[in-house]
Design a protein around this ligand. Structure first.
Ligand SMILES: Cc1ncc(COP(=O)(O)O)c(C=O)c1O
Length: 364
């Protein structure tokens, strides 16, 4: 059934992005592909406000594939990680670090809680083997924006690299890798950029990528050193990429950077989120977080007390009415929390229509 996706990925795409899927077939070892690849690389850097000390690579896979490419590649024997973990996607980073046997200081301030900067500093001070501080920019499971700049400053103070999972942030939040001291970050087309799932990308300091030897990487396909070397030497990918998704990725980047502008997109997302939140507040619904801590693109909200429906029934009813939202995760599901996203081609009018349908379902 066709529904309007108010989910945090996959998202609604703009028509030119969809149309670009119909491009004629090309080979990934052709000059035409190389040109496309280089153009996308440059645009990915702009998405993160990177300067020319940064480099980008494209990975065919979901957001996890980009995270796994980084975290399976950058640690040498004996290196340790500090993970700031306050939600489901922090846990996912822990799962990757654990799978690749990276000794990890898993700092958990609690879901939806800010890290205590003094505690983070204490860990950095006492553990010289830590080489990377890792964190999620927008912890999608709670809608929370983490204190990226403050943690970046601490990482730099102690001479650590800084990895940030920007999977649900790129194109939705203002990100400035230079200002935030980010050395390596990831995202994927099928979220705030408004493209299809399966087009992941990595932006990082070129100095770091260049010294990440392919042999140090513990994964064959998701190998940052290999991706860097082949991108640098031949503007290609190590293996056969999802060639046909490179056109929509380029079209989505063009739409965001040129047609709408990054600032314009962030403003639209803020406007949509405000309409949704004001409307839900008027209905008496409560949020997990205060507005100033929530991202521009995901609202974590509870069904009203006394509501006869459980969240699963509500999500199904909305689906039948033509809208997809997410049930909350973990303990928040028990608390009847759900998540409404405004990522991709969603506009203020869509949000108003959504609110009317939602009101009808909850209050009849
Ligand atoms: C912050 C964050 N990191 C990682 C992921 C995993 O991305 P994927 O499902 O595309 O692998 C998600 C997915 O929603 C996410 O929101």
């Amino acid at each position: 059934m066709k529904t309007m996706l108010f989910s945090p990925g996959p998202v609604m795409v703009e028509e030119p992005v969809r149309q670009s899927l119909l491009h004629y077939d090309i080979c990934h070892r052709s000059a035409e592909f190389e040109e496309l690849f280089v153009d996308i690389q440059a645009k990915v850097l702009r998405l993160f406000n990177a300067d020319d000390s940064y480099y980008s690579v494209i990975v065919s896979g979901s957001g996890t594939s980009a995270n796994e490419t980084c975290l399976s590649s950058v640690f040498a024997e004996g290196d340790e990680a500090l993970l700031i973990n306050n939600g489901v996607f922090g846990d996912r980073l822990l799962e990757i670090l654990t799978k690749y046997n990276v000794p990890t200081h898993n700092y958990q301030p609690g879901w939806a809680n800010d890290p205590d900067l003094a505690e983070v500093e204490e860990i950095l001070k006492n553990n010289p083997k830590i080489t990377f501080v890792c964190m999620v920019f927008h912890e999608t499971s709670t809608s929370m924006i983490n204190p990226v700049n403050a943690i970046g400053k601490l990482a730099k103070k102690y001479g650590k690299y800084y990895f940030v999972d920007c999977v649900s942030a790129a194109g939705g939040q203002h990100i400035d890798v230079v200002e935030n001291g980010i050395d390596l970050c990831t995202s994927v087309g099928g979220k705030c950029l408004g493209c299809y799932p399966g087009s992941a990308y990595i932006c990082g300091k070129e100095e770091l990528m260049a010294k990440t030897a392919p042999a140090q990487g513990k994964n064959v396909y998701l190998n940052l050193g290999k991706h860097y070397q082949i991108a640098k030497s031949s503007h290609q990918t190590p293996n056969t990429p999802n060639v046909n998704l490179f056109w929509p990725l380029q079209a989505a980047l063009d739409w965001a950077l040129e047609k709408e502008t990054l600032a314009g997109r962030v403003d639209r997302y803020k406007e949509c989120a405000k309409i949704l939140r004001d409307g839900m507040r008027e209905m008496g619904l409560k949020f997990l977080l205060p507005d100033e801590k929530m991202s521009n693109t995901v609202t974590s909200v509870f069904l009203p007390e006394g509501c006869k429906m459980k969240v699963d029934e509500f999500v199904t009813a909305l689906e039948k009415a033509g809208y997809t939202v997410y049930p909350g995760k973990g303990k928040y599901l028990e608390m009847n929390m759900f998540q409404v996203a405004n990522m991709g081609a969603i506009y203020p009018e869509d949000c108003k229509k959504f609110l009317a349908v939602m009101k009808e379902i909850i209050f009849g």
